[in-house]
Design a protein around this ligand. Structure first.
Ligand code: HEM
Length: 382
């Protein structure tokens, strides 16, 4: 999930298409993320120092990219990524700090990956939820090949699953504010100028606002809108997350592609989740996935395909056995080459060449099917 989120963010925001560069940045963003909420200890090797180093190194990479974009733009190249637009806009006298883009990539990386990972977990371990998502997504797929914003609006239940995932496992822990005046709340006073950290999780598991808060129930977002300020995964007010629509688009498009091509099972349903600020599954949510790329509705079509092909094959074998018995007594069968011998017995010598050709085709098909199957296991599932 992390590799996917970062690769996408690098393409969309920075115009980086080479996966190895995204991989290089991933290590730095991981260090940055671990130090983001750490105690600021200036000690070599501390999370804070590693985060500072990672941040400086990311900025250096972005400066290089900016320089490349300035050169490319001045040579008349057309580029569609956000950084190129920012650099281009600055040329026209408008201004947005270019290095702010680091924050956008960071948000599109960790938070997106966490939300997607927990969605995959919950979908994979709840057959009812899986079934509802698949039928909602299959309806959309019937009408068009790819998703546009109009389709995204229709994926209401899938988004409810994402919202419920973010309620139980909020990808962003909260954010800092500064008290602009003295505040007294429940007997405590927060003096003006103090920094406050407001935690998103605070109300998410409160039974006053969410019935049976520990259970995963996406329908709560279909039936009712949560009370104001009780559910705010993207923050609230003028500083709320500008990435909400991007997040919604990426999550729903990703889940749509995944559910229409794969079926998966969660290997450790009771896997522990640690991390006080960013929820982190201990084993990384291992899943067992089966490919169902060619099927429109894997849950329905895969069993039909498997049982159907077994029935056709069985029928074929029965017909062959009947034909063989009509050609020759079963006591005289040659178990190594029954058809060739049976055809010779009735004087159809030429037919053994057709049998040989059929056997050759059968063996080649088997080999090719095995190669395709194995490469899929190795590249997609293993
Ligand atoms: C699951 C995905 C995401 C979650 C849960 C999330 C959550 C949040 C939260 C809680 C805040 C603080 C809001 C506040 O202070 O009231 C925030 C701020 C912000 N987010 Fe996100 N975010 C997500 C994705 C993104 C993405 C994809 C981007 C960029 C494309 C982004 C860009 C930002 C920025 C720039 C801010 C600072 C806004 C400001 O201070 O004015 N976020 N986000």
């Amino acid at each position: 999930m992390k590799a996917f989120s970062l690769t996408l963010a690098c393409q969309f925001f920075l115009g980086i298409d080479e996966p190895h560069l995204a991989e290089k940045l991933a290590i730095k963003f991981d260090d940055l993320c671990s130090g983001l909420y750490s105690v600021p200890v200036y000690f070599p090797g501390s999370a804070y120092i590693r985060a500072l180093k990672a941040s400086a190194s990311i900025r250096k990479e972005i400066q290089l990219l900016i320089k490349g974009k300035i050169d490319a733009l001045s040579n008349g190249h057309v580029m569609d990524d956000l950084l190129a637009h920012i650099v281009g806009a600055e040329k026209d006298g408008k201004y947005m700090p270019k290095l702010e883009i680091v924050g956008l990539i960071h948000a599109s990386y960790t938070q997106m990956a966490v939300t997607l990972a927990f969605m995959i977990k919950h979908i994979g371990q709840s057959p009812d939820i899986y079934q509802r998502i698949i039928s909602e997504n299959a309806d959309i797929r019937k009408s068009k090949g790819s998703l546009d914003w109009e389709d995204i609006q229709k994926l209401k239940y899938t988004w409810a699953v994402a919202q419920e995932s973010m309620r139980l496992y909020p990808a962003a822990p909260g954010t800092f504010r500064e008290a602009t005046t003295d505040i007294t709340y429940e007997g405590f006073t927060i003096p003006k100028g103090w920094k406050i950290f407001w935690a998103i999780i605070g109300t998410n598991k409160n039974p006053r606002y969410f019935h049976e808060p520990e259970s995963f129930d996406p329908s709560r977002f279909e039936e009712n809108v949560p009370a104001p300020y009780t559910y705010v995964p993207f923050g609230v007010g003028p500083r709320s997350s500008p990435g909400k629509d991007y997040t919604r688009y990426v999550i729903l498009t990703f889940i749509h592609s995944l559910i229409t091509k794969f079926k998966w099972e969660v290997m450790l349903p009771d896997e522990k989740v640690y991390g006080t600020l960013i929820p982190t599954p201990v084993e990384g949510i291992p899943i067992l996935s089966t490919m169902a790329e060619e099927t429109k509705n894997p849950v329905r079509d895969m069993p039909i395909g498997l049982v159907g092909s077994m029935m056709i094959t069985t029928l074929g074998y029965c017909l062959l056995a009947v034909t063989l018995c009509l050609l020759q007594s079963y006591k005289d069968f040659d178990v190594d080459v029954p058809f060739s011998v049976a055809f010779s017995v009735v004087g159809w010598d030429w037919a053994k060449y057709i049998v040989a050709l059929g056997a050759l085709k059968g063996m080649t098909t088997m080999l090719l099917v095995n190669i395709v199957g194995e490469s899929r296991y190795l590249t997609h599932i293993a």
